[in-house]
Design a protein. Structure first.
Length: 191
């Protein structure tokens, strides 16, 4: 019994975002469906996309989008490395602009409001900064937030942790029970 791989999962996640999918994700998924690429997470990025400070902030914000709860979060799933690799190998320099500009806007706002780098801000402060971006209350914040959210979700739900721990993988689900009580459902299934 073979587990679902990242290439297959990537195609499924793209369907979640529809026509508004961030371009690097769409490119990687298209190549994955054509079996032109190895698993995306293999090897280092072709270029460094982030400075060390940007990488620390991107990592902290990834953890706020999908934090550790009763299942591992974005950091444990390797989302920050995936995100940089996807932007490096499947994103054009123009595709990176909203992410880099958004990180800069969040950093500037954190320094102004909290007098601390956003990577060192408290989780509540980081949530507030992401909310400002989501509500387009930072320069080009909504553009950043949507692209960043898609990257984090894609990285997480195509990782081994996202496939096997957050969701329950059943290659052949059990019998059909149309009267199964919703209160007994523990996880969403992926196949």
């Amino acid at each position: 019994m073979a587990l679902i791989d990242r290439r297959t999962a990537l195609a499924g996640v793209v369907a979640l975002f529809g026509t508004g999918v961030f371009a690097p994700i769409a490119r990687a998924a298209g190549a994955a469906q054509a079996s032109k690429i190895p698993v995306i997470s293999e090897g280092p990025p072709s270029v460094a996309v982030f400075t060390p400070a940007q990488r620390a902030l991107m990592t902290a914000l990834s953890d706020r989008v999908i934090p550790t709860t009763d299942t591992p979060g974005a950091i444990a799933a390797g989302v920050p490395a995936f995100l940089e690799k996807l932007l490096a190998d499947w994103g054009s320099p123009d595709d990176r602009v909203p992410i880099l500009d958004g990180l800069a806007a969040i950093e500037a706002r954190s320094l102004k409001d909290y007098r601390v780098s956003a990577a060192q801000a408290t989780p509540a402060q980081q949530d507030a900064l992401l909310t400002l971006a989501m509500n387009d209350q930072l320069p080009k914040g909504a553009t950043f937030f949507e692209a960043f959210r898609q990257l984090v979700i894609t990285g997480y739900y195509t990782s081994e942790i996202g496939i096997t721990q957050e969701r329950e993988y059943l290659p052949v689900p059990g019998e059909y029970n149309g009267a199964f009580p919703y209160s007994k459902v523990n996880k969403v299934y992926s196949a």
